[in-house]
Write a protein that binds this ligand. Sequence first.
Ligand code: ANZ
Length: 804
Amino acid sequence: MIYYDYQKIEKKWQKHWLDLKLFKTKTDRFHPKYYVLDMFPYPSASGLHVGHIEGYTATDIVSRFKRMQGYNVLHPMGWDAFGLPSEQYALATGKDPKSFTYQNISNFKRQIIEMGKGVDWDKELATTDPEYYRYTQWIFKRLYEKGLAVLKDVEVNWCEGLGTVLANDEIEIVNGQMVSERGHYPVIKKPMRQWVLRITEYADRLLDDLKLVDWPENLKEMQRNWIGKSSGAIIDFKIAGSDDSVSVFTTRPDTIYGVTYVVLSPEHPLVLSITSDDELETVKKYIDQTKMKSDLDRIADKTKTGVFTGAFARHPLTNQLIPIWIADYCLMNYGTGAVMAVPAHDERDYEFAIKFGLEVIEVIKGQGDSPFTGDGIHHHSGIIDGLYNDEAIEKMITHLEARKIGKRHDTYKLRDWVFSRQRYWGEPFPVLYDTNGNISLVPDDELPLELPYLEFIKPSGTGESPLANALDWLYPEIDGKKYKRDTNTMPQLAGSSWYYIAYILKSNLGYLPLDSQEAKQVLDQFLPVDLYVGGTEHAVGHLLYARFWHKVFYDLGFVSSKEPFMKLVNQGMILGEDHSKMSKSKGNSVSPDDFILSHGADALRLFEMFMGPLESEKPWSNDGLEGAKRFLDRVWRMFDFEIKEDNVSELQTIYHQTIKKVTEDYEKLAFNTAISQMMIFVNEVYKVQSIGKHQVRGFLKLLNPIAPHMTEELNREILNHHEELIYSEWPIYDPAYLVQNEVELVVQVNGKLRARLQIKKDLPEADVKSLALNHENVLRHTEGFEIVKVIVIPNKIVNIVVKN
Ligand code: ANZ
């Protein structure tokens, strides 16, 4: 037989698929659709790594499998190409981000083609394509019109030394203070006018609709935590000697009789006006210190800090005077930015009260431990005395509402999405400001508003984005009126929030407008995504934002599904051979290019799918790759056996078992066990040294989604079959062959095991008795004895009772 020249074979089939566009999505509606989506990659300079191959192979298997089952499969690919890494690389090298981004894309595309992935390339897109971000800008306009995009003063991390705003991951904490990662310059928080998307309006729907999707429970839990809904009440505390009052948010209104002080966040708007003259200087100093601390540190710090304002509040139920403090453990952007402190029943308040000598009043009977934060019977608490927490909370809220002191309220940890970045490499905002600062939108037919080319993309030094340097672009004159554009750009997560929709709308003619009738039709045809595969790093950011936009599209009538991604699977990470995380700096990262050369794409795909369950972490192993290649060699050599016109009867059972197992396993994405079954099948063929034509072609179909090149080659060149496997029909098993027709029977003599018999199932009792009694070893143990009884339990046991 001819030699398995995988390099030649793989190139040949890849070219064939591309030339004939064999993975093109069909537009007809005769077949049910199946939409398989990969989390699209960020086209970095280092190219694909073996972790990408894992997820991309899994989705490719499913899409090939579904296609053979008769589905109209949509399996696209694109590039998440805006963003910070490119920007930083451009800054460091002085290169234009556009040119190297597109170079990286072409390298990624080459690698994806070389791994044999079946992609509809007519749908290829990059978020940086002006034709793509034209619609990202268009969507922004719809968000603005719906009141979901607003300008707000938001705290940013401002670095005077670098003259720029920094993202959280560009900051380090040194001695409790924020400094820039680059250059270690001090960083402070400062309010800046930013575009903000009001995702918080959708918090409840984002929470509730998680029940509609088939996602891993831990991922749903991460989203729930991120949204972080807390139920409780807002309660008003009057400030003594003033008309003002402070509202606090509490999840524990039942502890109200235990309040001994009130805490305001240092940024709270009332702080300076209520602070007494004596305390003013201390308070101001404390406010300045807070600016240098990140929220995370403020929450995590065990040693509590704070200062007294000199002001007092009136307890809303007892009318007693309670001191008002400011402390950085109270955050401005949570709840109301103010806390009623109950040291007897809250850890943070307790630490604070002990440190500053504030009163501790117990209102729930605990087990002696302080603070007691559990459930218990209330006392010293008026109308809720004798009640446990839940009942006490309910009753207290009703009581406060009746007396107009407070009201039921839910608070969310979820923040509105800060949508402005002071960066160059992103989508410009389609807005104009006139000389009075009034906003108007760039008309739809003038989109895209293209990002101007800039020779130097370094920050402007004024805190504005580098676009502040693009003077010609920045100050357009329209109908004789002067305008200014927005110097900010959108975040990387903008483009990735709708790309799964863009694929559906894209053809080689361009995009269908999102609000057109034609768009509605194809979106209804292909949405939601049936299977979405990617890493856990997108568990909250991307997946939450995309769900948010999808719900807005739903409200606008563009889509009919409430959720974008029905089933989601997180592939496990591929670790280095040393079981640590692969990284370039550690030198244990592996690029697929070398392995495709040395073993072939089919072997690489098979190996990565055989390493273990898709969702588990698995260490890379060069030996494992060898093993995968050996299996493919063995499949190749199987074609040296006689290929018979008729089915080989000895193989019928294992053949049908294999169809059943592989089909079910592909459905469950259990590729490793599907491969094991195919290995068992091949072993059986080697025992018999022959195989039927129909059986061998069926087997090629089963293996095709994993090893597409080799199986197509064998189908075409050895079986001389004219029909390619890609569009052939998935094999169906015949249940008749699955019935096990042999059973193992145990023979006991006076309760002792004496023989095991392999017999035909449901053999007549007389035959079973005769076989058992005549077994060599049974004879040895019954000779010279009287056989008293022979009991047959069908298909299981023969019990022989003897005596002498
Ligand atoms: C009184 C109280 C008594 C509280 C008690 C807790 C236990 P979660 O569950 O995370 O939502 N809080 C409210 N606003 C805050 C802010 N801006 N910064 C820091 N802490 C704040 O937490 C809600 C609780 O966190 C609230 O309930 C409040 O303290 C505090 F035995 O009020 B509690």
